[in-house]
Write a protein that binds this ligand. Structure first.
Ligand code: IZC
Ligand code: ZN
Length: 421
């Protein structure tokens, strides 16, 4: 392959730009046994069986024999807090001693601790730290990642984070899709007048739009952070300015952010651990993608996880999975680990999990027309695994199964290692 073709078990998806897979459709991955994928330039130009390829009489000037292994779309991570300063390993002991995530935040730690480190870091430092994470992500098969701001909580640092997120696209192969998450926590100095902080965040929207610094806007709608009413005001203003919207909803307490996502027609609603059944039905009906983050509920030692089975079996919803990579509630870049959690913690099948980290994840970040499936006309973002069976990835957890990764038709990982030129 690489401007050529090679035999593999290919997971192509079906129907260019025909939307996310919902409910039981998520189990249909359209596997082609003995498949061939042809790439020209940045795009996929052939998908079919080896027999069909022979009959098509296409000449390839370079081929890669995948040896019958599994070729999938490049993995897509639709929820991360990629750009940040510092780390929070000192909070592990507090967590083990029984302090909750919201208690740590209440005492000035958690997000507020990362705000301090991010404000203090230079653009170059933030960039270097994010580049290291992107290197790990790529090695693990992630070819596109969403990245949220939200560790500035004031204009200058929010803009610094957004600029770094955008610049990362020029520095390495993983595409970074930028989200403005200004209202990620309330700075302590605004405790008595939170609405003024929201005004400040809303004032930034024109500049972010003009400078093309973010495609999406997001808010942490959570007990002790921002209320449903405040979230509605912020997100309505964002929509008004032409942004697509996302919501951190019902991660810890059942506040109603899920219903709000449906009401406002959000592209995605994220977390959902404490969402009501009615809320899950609402988002399934409204077409909002449910982005579930089982690494977070696992790492927060939650006895409960988002109800993926209800979403898929009862509500006919479209589920995506993401790492939530951040220095507090989920410090991992590995989507393959999240795939294992998808099976063990959420009860999803390997096929549903693959759909959740490819096709549905692409729709969660507004990229469904371009990436997320292996189809003629789509971008050649591909991942070759060291197995012929999709079940092997969540089954054999905690290690990297990636052999090769292609981004925009170019081989960027070989033998499990990013190619640095
Ligand atoms: O830094 O803790 N949940 N935001 C909302 C996060 C987790 C990231 C963090
Ligand atoms: Zn998050």
């Amino acid at each position: 392959m690489g401007n050529g073709a090679g035999e593999a078990n290919v997971q192509p998806g079906e129907g260019l730009t025909s939307g996310p897979k919902r409910g039981s459709e998520m189990r249909d991955i359209g596997l082609i046994e003995d498949g061939v994928v042809g790439i020209r330039g940045e795009d996929i130009v052939f998908v079919g069986t080896a027999h069909e390829f022979e009959r098509a009489d296409i000449s390839a000037h370079e081929t890669l024999d995948a040896g019958g292994r599994l070729l999938t779309p490049g993995l897509i991570d639709p929820h991360t807090h990629l750009v940040h300063g510092g780390s929070r390993q000192q909070e592990l002991a507090m967590k083990l001693a029984g302090k909750s995530y919201l208690e740590i935040l209440e005492q000035g730690g958690g997000i507020l601790s990362t705000v301090k480190s991010t404000r203090a870091a230079s653009e170059e430092e933030l960039e270097a730290q994010a580049l290291q994470s992107l290197h790990t992500m790529l090695e693990q098969g992630t070819t596109t990642v969403e990245a949220k701001s939200g560790y500035g909580l004031e204009r200058e640092t929010e803009l610094k984070q957004l600029k770094v997120a955008n610049k990362l696209n020029d520095l390495q192969p993983v595409e970074v899709v930028s989200t403005f998450l200004g209202p990620h926590a309330l700075p302590p100095e605004y405790r008595s007048h939170p609405d003024e902080f929201l005004d400040l965040m809303i004032e930034m929207l024109d500049e972010i739009k003009e400078e093309k610094l973010a495609e999406f806007c997001d808010i942490f709608c959570e007990s002790g952070v921002f209320s449903v009413e405040q979230s509605r005001r912020f997100l309505a203003a964002c929509k008004n300015k032409g942004f697509d919207i996302k919501i951190h909803a019902d991660e810890i307490e059942p506040l109603g952010g899920t219903e709000l996502a449906a009401e406002l027609g959000a592209t995605s609603v994220e977390h959902l651990l404490a969402a009501s059944k009615e809320g899950l039905q609402d988002i399934a009906k409204s077409g909002t993608i449910a982005v579930i983050l089982p690494g977070t509920s696992w790492n927060l030692r939650s006895p409960k996880h988002a109800d993926a089975r209800y979403l898929i079996d009862e509500a006919n919803g479209a589920v995506a999975l993401a790492t939530d990579y951040n220095p507090g509630s989920c410090p991992t870049e590995s989507l393959q680990l999240i795939m294992a959690f998808g099976a063990n913690l959420l009860g999803m099948t390997p096929e549903e999990i693959l759909t959740a980290v490819t096709r549905n994840a692409a729709y969660a970040i507004g990229r469904g027309h371009r990436i997320g499936t292996i189809e003629v006309g789509k971008q050649a973002d591909l991942c070759l695994f060291n197995t012929d069976d999709v079940a092997y990835i969540p089954y054999h957890f905690g290690i990297n199964h990636v052999d090769c990764v292609f981004k925009k038709g170019r081989k960027v990982v070989s033998g499990g290692k990013p190619i640095t030129d």
